[in-house]
Design a protein around this ligand. Structure first.
Ligand code: ZN
Length: 372
């Protein structure tokens, strides 16, 4: 019910609908239901109504548009060494987005306060006073319990385990607060770029490895860890202990962090996952070989999942995905081992939503939460 309100608002905000009749046609809801919900959105100050639309011979329909004072959403996507953050209008369109250095290893309080300070500064600079902030959302590069909005056993995030992220942010904002795993946010943003595809797996290959699952157009969270492929065991001749304590997790071989460690061992120091992409582009054989290997291992894990889930799209994003051999190797592994029926019409492709995918996904999910 509330989701439907969000859908209606989004249809208007994105310019697809400008009247109740458009909304009824596009949403499939009965005209009476549309009218009821439009009245609620008008009362809430989210929609405005004005003038007259194109006449189709009968009474001229009144035009609906997003209210100029409907509000903004503040969203962030936290990485290991930086945070990308910005303000979106309620249609999900970015008003301002920027990237700031931010060390996640400084711990949750310092990191979250830095994000909140940045939000406040952006709001003061870009949003006139009468326009309300409607919600706060942040992506976390680790597992998040959807019931408690706490971080659960994250890798490379010292001090964050079991930290109540939403509670801490709520001390500064009395608003809907979204805390979500970053790959899930990326999946929610990416799915908007594949409007005619309903089932997606969105892999985030960055410092860690994550995956978000979209089922029938909606993010599938499960109990919170749905799509988490980082600790799936892979076949290996050697044995590497993962940060989680188990041997031979995918993450211990194919994450950006693992590749950086391997390159450093080979005497090629790198400090950021993006550096690996640079080395591949410069045709440094060690880097290319490591990335190809990582792609093959990710592909082997995805093979099982593609056979099981039969997605329409496997989209690969994250900083490591800019290294071309990664996707080529994933694709090769999937096509070699998957059932022909599972790969018929399957697309394994670079993510389309770009570097702001997680922020756009946060906006879409937050709008639903803000309307609930
Ligand atoms: Zn592990």
């Amino acid at each position: 019910m509330q989701g439907a309100q969000g859908d209606l608002l989004r249809l208007v905000a994105t310019g697809k609908a400008e009247s109740r009749a458009d909304l009824a046609r596009l949403s499939g809801l009965a005209a009476s239901s549309v009218s009821l919900r439009v009245e609620e959105l008008l009362d809430a100050g989210l929609l405005a109504e004005e003038g007259s639309g194109t006449s189709r011979g009968g009474r001229r329909p009144r035009l609906l548009r997003l209210s100029e004072t409907a509000g903004v959403l503040a969203v962030a996507d936290l990485g290991a060494h930086h945070v990308r953050l910005g303000l979106l209008d309620l249609s999900g369109a970015p008003l301002v987005i920027e990237e700031r250095p931010c060390e996640i290893a400084d711990g949750p309080r310092a990191t979250l306060d830095r994000i909140a300070d940045a939000f406040d500064a952006l709001l003061a600079e870009h949003v006139p006073a009468p326009v309300p902030l409607r919600g706060i959302g942040t992506g976390i590069p680790g597992p998040v319990d959807p019931l408690t909005l706490r971080v659960v056993t994250p890798s490379r995030m010292p001090g964050w385990n079991d930290f109540p992220v939403a509670e801490h942010l709520a001390t500064r904002y009395d608003l809907p607060i979204l805390v979500e795993n970053d790959a899930n946010l990326m999946a929610a943003g990416e799915t908007r770029c594949w409007p005619d595809r309903r089932n997606l797996m969105v892999v985030k290959a960055g410092t860690g490895i994550g995956c978000g699952v979209v089922v029938n157009g909606r993010l599938h969270r499960g109990r919170g860890a749905a799509g988490d492929i980082s600790h799936v065991r892979v076949r290996s001749d050697s044995s590497v202990i993962c940060a989680c304590g188990h041997p031979d997790c995918l993450e211990a071989y194919a994450s950006g962090a693992a590749l950086m460690a391997a390159l450093s061992e080979a005497g090629i120091p790198v400090t950021r996952t993006g550096d690996i992409v640079g080395l591949v582009n410069d045709a440094i054989p060690e880097a290319t070989s490591l990335v190809r290997n990582a792609g093959r291992r990710i592909g082997e894990v995805l093979t099982v999942l593609v056979n099981f889930f039969n997605p329409d799209v496997v989209a690969v994003g994250g900083s490591l995905s800019a290294a071309e051999p990664l996707i080529t190797s994933i694709r090769a592994a999937v096509w070699e081992r998957c059932l022909p029926l599972a790969t018929r019409d399957l697309e394994v492709a670079p993510a389309r939503a770009g570097r702001d995918a997680a922020l756009l996904g946060a906006g879409a999910l937050l709008l639903e939460a803000a309307l609930t």
